[in-house]
Design a protein around this ligand. Structure first.
Ligand code: FAD
Ligand code: DLZ
Ligand code: SF4
Length: 513
């Protein structure tokens, strides 16, 4: 039996069964840089550079470990442009008894791969992806007897199942499951932000950067100053630095934002954990260990572990549980086009300008930027979900549909009608002002509620709440807001609505706002 073993760009983990079960003397690995994957959305240039360089380094390592590896470069004149066609091309050249591939992270590829054996006329097997703590089957089982799915209860179950930060009788260490109340601080000017770990591109990465410049020049984002990790060894250094230097302050400042400071106390590991260079289990272990050895406080260790063991796992289970409908949901019937400034950052709204420019520069923005600035704006202005989905999928170097789509459609847009979030994440300028210093550098005034100088988030918020008051009133978590709406004078509400109408009309005409 000789097997062709296909490894995708986000499966670069040598402990996956596809590698572990390989017979060195017979099997052949295939890694392929292909047009279909690189352009099905116009991924950020740094995302393509990261993946192609990481794929090339991973293939080199497999060869050094004694495996037979076929690597298809993007520039190969015979490159067939898609994963299936590259598999077919290799099968024509060499006789294989079967094809194996680890199950992919996106529904569109899964559906395609399920047809491969008919197209290739060979057995084509999908292998499990055990990188996650919770399999899709286990998630579906957990979800099967619940009317509503909430991350908090899933996370507690995960803590118990995997005995993470757990003491006797399956109680949470420290007595509480959640330290969120300690974790909502703004960042004082006096706090020094540690330098991010960076890597000088080696010859392989430099070649990939040139390829990206030549082939993907019309894609979003900057390619200059590429300094990401592209090997497991480098990614482990990022993790180690995070645990030793940043993690102690992660909890406290995890919701904070700062002008000109994209990285803060976040871990910057989603790039690597999502493509296989880091393993979720080792990340959680490292954070737990740092807590047990007294290096980091519980609120930080728990807050961080919740992101990986809680949110990341929940989001992945949720994606497979609700696909393909999740992609089509549009609870608020939103239909506005995504404004042009999402691509070029040209807006007077400083919070949006900062988050978009950080994204263009780094293919990264941290969670609160994605959720409470960019996401909040898309929800309040009712941008069409498919356009928001496409934007988020292509601009971030950590984006794959399994993780992007639930965050976009369910978390920020509430397009699923509340299957994931208990209420829409909407906020006025007050929240952004509390959690950042963006407003100090803005042409708009956060303290002004209506009129041309007012912060647009202020009037967009009340327009949205008023427009959707019938459905929002059904949600008990919206009671306080709905009561505030009912106490608002007609003049105030009309002023907010008229400011919003003017703003939205300018937005639709792509006038500078
Ligand atoms: P940290 O703040 O240090 O958090 C640690 C880790 O927790 C992250 O690396 C990530 O693996 C995990 N995590 C935290 N929150 C989430 C979450 N909501 N969903 C899944 N994992 C989470 N994350 C992606 O990996 N890919 C995406 O395409 C993506 N799209 C997003 C879109 C929107 C609209 C929102 C609101 C969030 C999105 N996230 C996505 C989640 C989160 O913003 C990023 O994981 C995080 O900003 C990555 O930076 P970090 O590694 O420094 O994270
Ligand atoms: C994102 C991406 C890109 C840009 N290019 C490739 C590629 O050329 N070859 C490949 O195998 N994978 C690539 N990927 C990652 C895949 O798109 C990813 O495996 C699917 O989106 C499933 O998560
Ligand atoms: Fe953003 Fe409003 Fe603050 Fe300007 S004033 S930065 S638009 S929240």
């Amino acid at each position: 039996m000789t097997t062709l073993r296909l490894i995708l760009g986000d499966q670069l983990d040598a402990t996956l069964p596809i590698v572990k079960d390989a017979v060195k003397t017979k099997d052949v690995f295939l890694l392929a840089e292909v047009k279909e994957e690189a352009t099905y959305v116009k991924h950020h240039k740094k995302k393509i550079a990261l993946l192609f360089s990481a794929m090339r380094h991973f293939a080199q390592q497999l060869k050094q470990d004694g495996y037979t590896v076929v690597y298809r470069k993007y520039s190969d004149p015979n490159n067939q442009g898609s994963l299936l066609n590259e598999v077919a091309r290799l099968c024509e050249k060499q006789k294989f008894d079967s094809v194996e591939v680890t199950e992919p992270g996106e529904f569109r590829l899964l559906k395609s791969m399920q047809q491969w054996q008919h197209q290739l006329k060979l057995p084509a097997t999908l292998l499990p992806d055990p990188r996650f703590f919770c399999s899709t089957e286990a998630f579906n089982q957990w979800a099967s007897d619940k009317e509503i799915l909430r991350m908090e209860y899933f996370y507690r179950q995960m803590r118990v199942d995997h005995q993470v930060l757990i003491e006797q009788d399956n109680k949470p260490i420290g007595g509480k499951w959640n330290y969120d109340k300690q974790n909502r601080e703004a960042l004082p000017d006096s706090v020094e932000i540690p330098q991010k770990v960076t890597f000088e591109p080696d010859e392989i990465t430099r070649q990939v950067i040139e390829l990206v410049k030549a082939e993907f020049g019309d894609h979003f984002g900057e390619i200059d100053n590429f300094d990401l990790a592209v090997t497991r060894e480098q990614a482990l250094k990022v993790l180690q630095h995070f645990v030793e230097v940043r993690l102690k302050d992660f909890g406290q400042y995890q919701d904070a934002m700062k002008h000109g400071q994209p990285w803060l106390f976040h871990s910057h590991i989603s790039f690597y954990i999502n493509c296989g260079l880091l393993r979720p289990k080792e990340v959680v272990q490292a954070a737990e260990q740092a807590y047990h050895s007294g290096e980091v406080p519980l609120n930080s260790a728990e807050g961080f572990i919740r992101q990986i063991l809680g949110w990341r796992e929940f989001i992945r289970g949720f994606y497979w549980h609700f696909m393909p409908n999740l992609k089509l949901d549009n609870f608020f019937k939103a239909s506005r086009d995504l404004p042009a400034f999402f691509w070029n950052g040209e807006t007077k709204m400083n919070c949006l300008r900062q988050c978009i420019n950080d994204t263009r520069e780094n293919a990264y923005a941290h969670h609160i930027q994605r959720l409470m600035v960019l996401g909040n704006f898309c929800l309040l202005t009712e941008i069409a979900p498919e356009q928001v989905q496409e934007w988020y999928l292509l601009v971030y170097a950590d984006a794959y549909e399994w993780v992007e789509l639930p965050n976009v459609n369910a978390m920020i847009l509430f397009a699923d009608g509340g299957k994931l979030a208990s209420k829409p994440y909407i906020a006025s300028g007050n929240y952004i002002n509390k959690m950042s210093d963006y407003c100090k550098h803005c042409k708009y005034k956060v303290s002004v509620k209506t009129g041309e100088t007012a912060c647009p988030f202020n009037y967009l918020y009340w327009r949205f709440v008023a427009k959707h008051q019938t459905i929002l009133s059904d949600n008990p978590r919206m009671n306080m807001v709905m009561n505030a709406l009912s106490r608002m004078s007609t003049e105030k509400l009309e002023a907010a609505q008229s400011s919003a109408t003017r703003f939205l009309s300018m937005l639709s005409k792509n006038q500078k706002i």
